[in-house]
Design a protein around this ligand. Structure first.
Ligand code: LHQ
Length: 259
């Protein structure tokens, strides 16, 4: 259910159930989990690109696994979140490497919130983000209730989640919910270029930056100033900092190693 390939330091992870709009099954979750585990442990991987095969990014949870007709019992969705969705969101946020997401079509439900959990999100012009949960009586999950108000503010977050109205990629970019909206036919090339350029960048410093920005959401300015002091001290000891300054002074492109 997931395709993976490593090239130029980028692990590309493609959700691959196109006939079901890349809806999440347990099998897809477990394959994704292995891919992110590899991204965590393998030094040659310095950035991740997440995208979907076919015309959708992901339609969220596969609802055919949730059929309660004919007397089927209501499943424990808390368990599903605890064991499958929450670990995935944590893997994306905790990975000390940049995660780029190329949203190639509709991103609905958990599909939308997993997309926006990534560090830099590009979407094709035809993509739409749908907080579809309210259509089936659920609450937004996969971090959506935390991320959305921070990205777009409470007013827009409440309206999107309570109406389930599709948000076009261009508006998502205007609102600051994603990094940018690009033509469909250049999306993958642009996202790949970005991921490759991050992968050849000072990835140790980028990982510290990712952590600082994420932690800021629930820190005071005072605490954040202290954290910047501590992490800048560490970044200042890196080979990449030395290389970056040397390359600048020697008027040549830097060769970063991520150390
Ligand atoms: C699907 C799905 C799908 C199965 C399209 N499942 N087959 C977390 C924890 C635990 C449990 C509950 O949920 C969660 C979080 C969630 O993600 S809840 C939200 C679940 N997702 C949805 O409710 C979205 C359902 N899908 C849709 O509303 C539409 O398919 C969208 C708006 C995504 C796309 O619409 P269209 O472009 O018109 O495509 P389509 O509806 O024709 O779908 C194409 C095929 O994909 C179709 O199969 P078929 O065999 O008839 O061709 C759909 O049945 C299938 N599909 N989403 N979630």
């Amino acid at each position: 259910p997931v395709l993976t390939a490593v090239r130029k330091g980028v692990l590309t992870v493609t959700l691959n159930r196109p006939e079901k709009l890349n809806a999440f099954t347990e099998g897809l979750h477990l394959a994704l989990r292995s891919a992110f585990e590899a991204a965590t442990t393998e030094d040659e991987i310095r950035a991740v690109l997440l995208t979907g095969a076919g015309r959708a990014f992901s339609a969220g949870q596969d609802l055919s696994e949730r059929d309660m007709r004919n007397g089927g019992h209501a499943p424990d969705l808390g368990h599903t979140l605890e064991t499958l969705y929450n670990p995935l969101v944590r893997q994306i946020r905790d990975l000390p490497k940049p995660v780029v997401c190329a949203v190639n079509g509709v991103a609905a439900g958990a599909g939308a919130n997993i997309a926006i959990a990534c560090d830099i999100v590009l979407a094709g012009q035809s993509a739409r983000f749908i907080q579809v949960f309210s259509k089936i009586g659920l609450v937004p999950d996969s971090g959506g209730t935390w991320l959305l108000p921070r990205l777009i503010g409470e007013a827009r977050a409440k309206a999107l989640t309570m109406t389930g109205m599709p948000l076009p990629a261009e508006t998502a970019a205007d609102w600051g919910m994603i990094w940018k909206c690009v033509p469909d036919d250049t999306l993958l090339a642009e996202a790949t270029d970005l991921a490759e350029s991050l992968a050849s960048g000072p990835t140790y410093g980028l990982s510290l930056t990712k952590g600082l920005i994420q932690d800021a959401a629930d820190q005071t300015l005072d605490a954040q100033l202290d954290a910047e002091r501590d992490l800048q001290r560490r970044a200042g000891q890196s080979r990449d900092y030395k290389e970056g300054v040397s390359a600048f002074l020697e008027k040549r492109p830097p060769e970063f190693t991520g150390t």
